[in-house]
Unconditional design. Structure first.
Length: 392
């Protein structure tokens, strides 16, 4: 009976904890939006012309008359906010003639490298604001935002400010946001064995922090409904809540592993090794190394990879595809003559600077040293393969 009572109290505390957490998060966000920071305003000194020129100051940014007929693009100095949180934009512009047009311009993480525009209607221009919630392209993280002014004007137009207005959240908005944090899926990457995506970048409210708050609130409820307080029952109640949170996080992780496994099977299932290499993310590296292997003798000669990579990915993958040839990827410049011997091969990647081949002397020359080599293969955009000669 005591065990049943303990389990019932823990379950009740967990359910009530969910409701209290939901209400608390909504109330905190509601007060923050309505009272603390309902909008973000960029004054003139935080605006700039994309093409240069103009005088940004606290009272506004002066936009001179366009001389070539091209529109003027005014950008905000800061970037990086969620389109979901800011769905209305207003502005304070003086001197804009009636025949000029205004558009909102932005780029987002949802379509990297692609600019988006939204023409402001005459009614919206008169009102001084535009709502972007219904715009399909207004999503993800906004990485750049600005106004596009087009049309002739003789006197300078003054852009005094541009403001982003935060959306007042409803309880369902908070619930949907929490649900989205549980659904982000990340494919296999170099970091995925040690890292699990928590939520969108820059958000502090991740599944881990959410469940940590739920455990704290649920345990407080459990303490309040447990009379008399018994140390053993409190420990069991806390363990039930903590293990439940652990199980939910692990279930989310296993679900993502399952999605990755399914995606891997759909990509590679039923293919032989050669076919898998052709569809792999590093297929271009595999193809280039395949050409290099054709130039190597059957004897397992050493291959020195000279590179200037900021990461170890490319030389590491080249080493992998060169197996079983012993390859060394720790070279950012030519090896010393006493480090190599006749028959060794040098693979100088295409991004290496300060190394050139002297065809007249038959030498590979670096900044402080040189090696007698024989050119074996040149792969445009990838690198050059050389065979070390006996004389240095």
């Amino acid at each position: 009976m005591n065990n049943r009572s303990l389990l019932f109290r823990a379950t009740f505390a967990g359910v009530l904890g969910v409701l209290l957490l939901w209400l608390g998060l909504w109330l905190a966000q509601y007060l923050d939006v309505t009272l603390v920071s309902p909008q973000v305003t960029f004054a003139g000194d935080r605006l700039r012309l994309a093409a240069g020129g103009g005088e940004g100051a606290a009272e506004g940014l002066s936009v001179p008359s366009p001389r070539t007929g091209k529109p003027a693009l005014i950008l905000v100095a800061e970037s990086g906010f969620s389109a979901r949180d800011y769905q209305q934009i207003s502005w304070d512009i003086t001197g804009l003639p009636d025949n000029a047009t205004l558009a909102v311009a932005w780029s987002s993480s949802a379509a990297p490298g692609k600019g988006q525009t939204r023409l402001v209607s005459a009614v919206e221009l008169a009102a001084g604001w535009v709502a972007l919630a219904s715009e399909p392209a207004w999503q993800g993280q906004i990485v750049q935002l600005g106004l596009l002014l087009k049309g002739p004007w003789t006197s300078p137009v003054w852009v005094k400010s541009l403001s982003l207005h935060r959306k007042v959240p409803s309880p369902m908005d908070v619930l949907e946001a929490l649900g989205r944090d549980w659904k982000p899926s990340e494919p296999w990457t170099q970091r995925s064995i040690n890292f699990h995506v928590g939520a969108e970048r820059g958000r502090w409210l991740t599944p881990v922090t959410t469940l940590a708050m739920w455990v704290a609130i649920g345990f407080l409820v459990f303490v309040l409904i447990s009379r008399p307080l018994i140390r053993g029952s409190l420990a069991v109640g806390f363990a039930i809540l903590a293990l439940t949170a652990w199980f939910l996080l692990d279930a989310r992780w296993q679900w993502q592993l399952g999605e990755r496994l399914l995606a891997t099977y759909q990509t590679y299932g039923g293919l032989n090794l050669a076919e898998r290499a052709r569809v792999a993310p590093d297929n271009k590296i595999h193809a280039a190394v395949g050409r290099i292997r054709e130039q190597l003798p059957d004897d397992l000669v050493r291959v020195f990879i000279v590179h200037q990579e900021t990461s170890a990915y490319l030389p590491g993958r080249i080493r992998y595809h060169l197996l079983p040839y012993p390859a060394y990827a720790g070279q950012s410049r030519l090896p010393r003559p006493d480090q190599v011997r006749a028959g060794d091969h040098l693979l100088v990647l295409g991004n290496v600077t300060g190394v050139r081949y002297d065809p007249q002397g038959g030498r590979l020359v670096g900044s402080t040293r040189g090696l007698a080599v024989e050119p074996r293969l040149a792969i445009p955009g990838f690198g050059n393969l050389y065979r070390v000669q006996g004389e240095h």
